[in-house]
Write a protein that binds this ligand. Structure first.
Ligand SMILES: C=CC1=C(C)c2cc3[nH]c(cc4nc(cc5[nH]c(cc1n2)c(C)c5CCC(=O)O)C(CCC(=O)O)=C4C)c(C)c3C=C
Ligand SMILES: [Fe+2]
Ligand SMILES: [Fe+2]
Length: 339
């Protein structure tokens, strides 16, 4: 049995034009695990409302962060894949959940290289219905329809693995060297509260209150909120951050339903108003820098902070193709292959 790996990230539009952004958002937001309402209502919301205005607005944001080589998320994921490939003796392919670099193409690339046993590796530290689960479900559907002889195993969320926390903490420390910060904010992509309840395997644990995510529960294997708070806690411990000098928030909410709180934009505003002059932000829900980190945090977030009287705003890059991160991914992959 020849082994292979498929790294999977979220995806980006083909170009930062309203037309390509509309196509990409149409696929992304019609995913029933992203906007989890009945199909007819979802189609009415996405096609009838969101896609009428958002593509133009999002395209303008993408244009601000787009690189000559393409979308930062895609380019950084490709750099990661090629560096990991150099440390692994079997094929490592890359695919995106949405957009042109499909999971089907990624699986086909591996099959064409003679692979019959695949490690599916969603590039998300925390589990979420809208990220990890949609990747594993679609991959299983594709396996069933097109690659029935392929054996596929998924790498689970790695938010609390000691070696991951160490690599993340080291990278953050490196980027914070020489920087002034009175508060370090860990900003994670938000999800609607409803998603947390839906993923609760116990059906009764997640109250989305002050304590549920701190009390041990079977639910936490699939609780995005718990997993985000844990990354903050574990990195805080590793970096020996004093209590009260770091906290968690959630960014990028869409629509009117309640999403996980506190919201990042309001948190930055609050710190600025309170007189915090130096702030640093890490975004550990993303392994690659993307629109949500380069525009929403590094541009919009900084603007909010300065408007509120803040002075130094440091955005810590994602792990991207950091060598320790590459080494860790290669170690996990090689361990899987040996098992
Ligand atoms: C942890 C990762 C992510 C989760 C969870 C997630 C959930 C989620 N996202 C939307 C809506 C949008 N997200 C958008 C961009 C975007 N989202 C993620 C990651 C997660 N999303 C990334 C990495 C990116 C950037 C992609 C890039 O090309 O750089 C966008 C598009 C931009 C915009 O118009 O704001 C939307 C829309 C929902 C509804 C959702 C639900 C759980
Ligand atoms: Fe998103
Ligand atoms: Fe919880």
């Amino acid at each position: 049995m020849k082994k292979g790996v498929l790294l999977v990230n979220l995806g980006s539009p083909d170009s930062p034009t309203p037309k390509d952004v509309k196509k990409y958002l149409g696929e992304f937001l019609m995913d029933e695990r992203v906007i989890d309402i009945p199909t007819i209502a979802r189609a009415a919301l996405v096609k009838g409302i969101i896609l009428k205005t958002r593509p133009k607005q999002s395209a303008a944001a993408y244009q601000k962060i787009w690189w000559d080589e393409g979308s930062p998320l895609i380019v950084l994921s490709e750099r990661l894949q090629s560096k990991v490939q150099r440390k692994v003796d079997f094929p490592v392919a890359l695919a995106m959940r949405y957009g042109s670099m499909t999971i089907k193409k990624g699986l086909q690339e591996l099959v064409d290289k003679g692979v019959s046993e695949v490690l599916l590796f969603p590039l998300y530290p925390q589990f979420a219905m809208a990220t990890t689960e949609t990747i594993t479900v679609l991959t299983e559907e594709l396996r069933h329809a097109y690659f029935p002889n392929l054996k596929i195993e998924s790498f689970p969320a790695f938010y609390n693995k000691e070696d991951y926390i160490e690599v993340l903490a080291n990278s953050m420390k490196k980027h914070l060297e020489g920087k002034k910060f009175d508060h370090l904010l860990f900003s994670y992509h938000g999800v609607p509260e409803r998603h947390i309840r839906k993923s609760d395997v116990t059906k009764s644990h997640c109250k989305i209150d002050g304590s549920c995510c701190k009390n041990a529960s079977k639910a936490h294997e699939f609780c995005y909120r718990h997993q985000c708070f844990e990354v903050t806690r574990l990195v805080g411990e590793k970096l020996e951050l004093a209590e009260g000098t770091f906290s968690t928030s959630f960014q990028s909410r869409l629509g009117f339903d309640p999403w996980l709180q506190p919201y990042t934009d309001r948190t930055i505003e609050r710190f600025g108003k309170k007189g915090v002059k130096n702030m640093a932000i890490a975004t550990p829900a993303f392994v690659s820098d993307c629109l949500e980190t380069l525009e929403e945090i590094a541009m919009e977030g900084e603007e909010i902070f300065h408007e509120m009287g803040g002075e130094n705003f440091t955005t810590i890059p994602c792990l991207n193709d950091d060598q320790e991160w590459v080494d860790l991914l290669a170690k996990w992959i090689n361990n899987w292959a040996k098992a």
